[in-house]
Write a protein that binds this ligand. Structure first.
Ligand code: 6R9
Length: 670
């Protein structure tokens, strides 16, 4: 792993000296004194009493009827959690807080232009009930899947919670995804109701968002019956048009008839799905990660309480987008189930200037701050003078989504945390629902660069490629696996149990066994476990890239490139990037009769933007004469990665023509 280069000034030396002499950092006393989990026995309790101890997590929720069995593992890997229990997620996030905190702010939303909304629990209750009535009005019934394509506006959590209220699983598609990506997800889920908005603000510009839904309706095979359209402002944006034969319904018009409506929450079985979240895998087609209601909500809520240390009185801000899993678990479901105040920000961190994040932190007196290493590296590049101009004081800070280099960690600790906030580095995945490897912050020392210890009851291990466990402290890296089930785990890949088994279980499990001990979950990440038990996560081992904390499949990118007429063959390699972690480099050979040109390059970039979204734009498009292929015709991406990262070439002996990589290197060098 490449490290970040620090600016050439005094702090450079100081930070390095500190890292060299100090491997662990004790959690600040002021934090420990008030933490939600201070009993070191919690680890042993969960270990000795697995899986029953997870009842403690479920007990943080309000159940309509209590479960009979904490874990039914009779049919691995189709585990069932809190079997026999029933509950409703919107009741847990809203209704149950009303007696005590109806006037407390639930969502504190800040628009990019500076408009704000404070939504108290009582307001959220009203708006979620009314929106649930809108869903019912347009014919959404229990178990129908509702697709949400919304930016960071209150309509997004409201649409999620109201779907949950009537037992309709939501499938939120990140707002930055293209029309094609939206259409693919609508089709895979066979979802005939879509929720969108006319537009939103990004760096001062109003982006027409409805245009993507228009196009997705054309592209999708599914006959979408209704598109519920929110408005970003009081009036529909003048550039946005609706014609009478569209399936569009203005949400506000229906809401007007539904004022004061109350919709009884549907009692959901703990195992009924709460939502789908599509994520990239090793094939071109994204997978619909299916999450259950009870286990997921228990996991998100308990980790929000014990890892993020959220109290109802706190103002908590996670700067992720709700369209990804981090926002689902740690902006919406976890924090609201605890009855806290959760901040949402619509726009870019540098709009109108690079102080925006800290200005919001100061304005709302944020206590707990949650962001990605990519953001930390960006803040670091912008300079510590910027946060220094604002008056904010975090008690707790989180990182998520990618490995954080010790230098970036230390900068975050000193310049954002002021040296007296605790930091948790949280490792988990869309599939895991909630944190799996991260410290309970009052109980374990911080170790920059390491995610830390497993969450109580979680059993991770590192295996070599043959499936043999690698001893901790051996300094050998291997495959990160989880050896037994946990409450927040995905139920399956939507509509495709086979793929669920193939992608996550087959490699390290005995798949014909009914004994859960023979089933091991493969995370797809590389990891090392040190002598002290701390896990360090190294990044993806499979064909998945982590670009600025966003997951992208190499195959997805390659199929987008292959759509371009001029392209004969395409391969995508990850290039390490000091800010985004990894960026995609595209290598392409052209079909006979096509010449290398800027136009072809532009077409390739445009195709990626159309098929996936602008956030997936490649760093480079290299048009080359030949790709490194084995004698059997397999493209060796690994070698391209060596070229992209200017590293020594790995083994080239299996190549049909071993001189190809060097020729590519020469070609792109000038
Ligand atoms: C929550 C989320 C999952 C992948 C995961 C890994 C990487 C996440 C990390 C981390 C190192 C951490 N990842 N957290 N790597 N340290 N603390 O990000 O979900 O979008 O599904 O990505 O992100 O590679 O496999 P998702």
């Amino acid at each position: 792993m490449r490290t970040i280069s620090m600016p050439e000034d005094e702090s450079d030396g100081a930070i390095e000296a500190r890292l060299a002499e100090q491997e662990y950092f004790r959690p600040p006393t002021r934090f420990v004194g008030q933490a939600n989990e201070t009993d070191p026995a919690v680890y042993d309790r969960f270990e000795e009493n697995y899986p029953e101890a997870y009842a403690e997590w479920a007990d943080l929720l309000e159940w309509d009827s209590r479960w009979d069995t904490v874990l039914d593992d009779s049919n691995p890997p189709f585990y069932e959690w809190f079997k026999g229990g029933t509950l409703n997620a919107s009741v847990n996030a809203i209704d149950r807080h009303l007696p005590e905190r109806k006037d407390q702010t639930a969502l504190l939303w800040e628009g990019e232009p500076g408009d704000t909304e404070r939504i108290a629990y009582q307001d959220l209750y009203r708006r979620v009930n009314e929106m649930a009535a809108v869903y019912q009005e347009v014919g959404v019934r229990e178990d129908d899947i509702v697709t949400l394509h919304l930016p960071m506006v209150p309509a997004l959590p409201i649409s999620m919670l109201s779907a949950a209220r009537i037992g309709a699983p939501h499938s939120a598609v990140f707002g930055g995804f293209s029309a094609q990506a939206l259409a693919d997800r609508i089709d895979d889920a066979d979802s005939d109701v879509v929720v969108t908005i006319d537009g939103y603000y990004r760096r001062g510009e109003f982006l027409d968002h409805k245009a993507k839904a228009d196009e997705a309706l054309e592209l999708a095979e599914t006959d979408v019956e209704t598109v519920l359209l929110f408005k970003r402002e009081d009036e529909l944006h003048p550039d946005v048009e609706i014609t009478s034969d569209d399936p569009y319904v203005l949400v506000d018009e229906v809401l007007e008839q539904k004022q004061g409506a109350r919709v009884d929450p549907v009692e959901r079985d703990a195992e009924d799905p709460l939502f789908l979240m599509y994520t990239s895998g090793t094939t071109g087609q994204p997978k619909g990660t299916q999450h259950r209601t009870g286990g997921y909500l228990a996991h998100a809520t308990a980790t929000s309480k014990y890892v993020l240390d959220i109290e109802p009185e706190d103002t908590y801000w996670c700067s992720a987008d709700i369209g990804w899993i981090t926002g689902h678990s740690y902006i919406v479901y976890g924090p609201l189930s605890l009855g806290t105040t959760s901040v949402m920000y619509e726009g870019a961190p540098d709009a109108p200037d690079k102080g925006r994040i800290w200005e919001i932190a100061e304005k709302y007196d944020v206590d707990i701050f949650h962001t990605s290493p990519t953001a930390v590296r960006m803040f670091m590049e912008w300079g510590e003078e910027i946060p220094a101009q604002y008056d904010f004081d975090f008690r707790h800070m989180t990182t998520v989504g990618e490995p954080i280099q010790p230098e970036a960690w230390l900068w975050y600790y000193e310049h954002i945390g002021g040296g007296d906030a605790v930091i948790v580095d949280t490792w988990w995945q869309t599939e895991t629902g909630g944190h799996l490897i991260t410290n309970l912050p009052a109980l374990k020392d911080m170790k920059p660069g390491s995610a830390g210890h497993p969450v109580p009851g979680i059993k991770p291990a590192v295996y070599d490629d043959q499936g043999h466990p690698i001893e901790k402290g051996s300094a050998r890296a291997g495959n990160l696996v989880i050896e037994r089930p946990w409450p927040g785990m995905l139920q399956t890949v939507y509509g495709n149990d086979e793929r669920f088994i193939d992608e996550y279980w087959r490699e390290f499990s005995e798949t014909d066994s009914d004994d859960p001990a023979d089933w091991v979950y493969k995370a797809g990440d590389g990891a090392v476990q040190a002598d002290d038990g701390y896990f360090r996560i190294l990044g993806r081992l499979d064909d998945v890239m982590n670009v600025a904390g966003h997951r992208l499949g190499t195959m997805e990118l390659e199929s987008a490139v292959a759509e371009v007429e001029a392209v004969a063959n395409a391969a995508v390699a990850g290039r390490e990037d000091p800010q985004k972690g990894t960026v995609p480099d595209v290598y392409v050979t052209l079909r006979d009769g096509y010449e290398e040109s800027e136009a072809v390059r532009a077409e390739i970039v445009a195709s990626i933007e159309d098929q996936i979204g602008k956030f997936a734009r490649p760093a480079n498009v290299w048009l080359v004469e030949e790709l490194p292929q084995t004698r059997s015709g397999k493209i060796m991406r690994r070698l391209l990665e060596d070229i992209s990262n200017d590293e020594e070439l790995g083994n080239t002996t299996t190549l049909r023509d071993p001189s190809v990589p060097e020729r590519i290197r020469e070609h792109i060098d000038h």
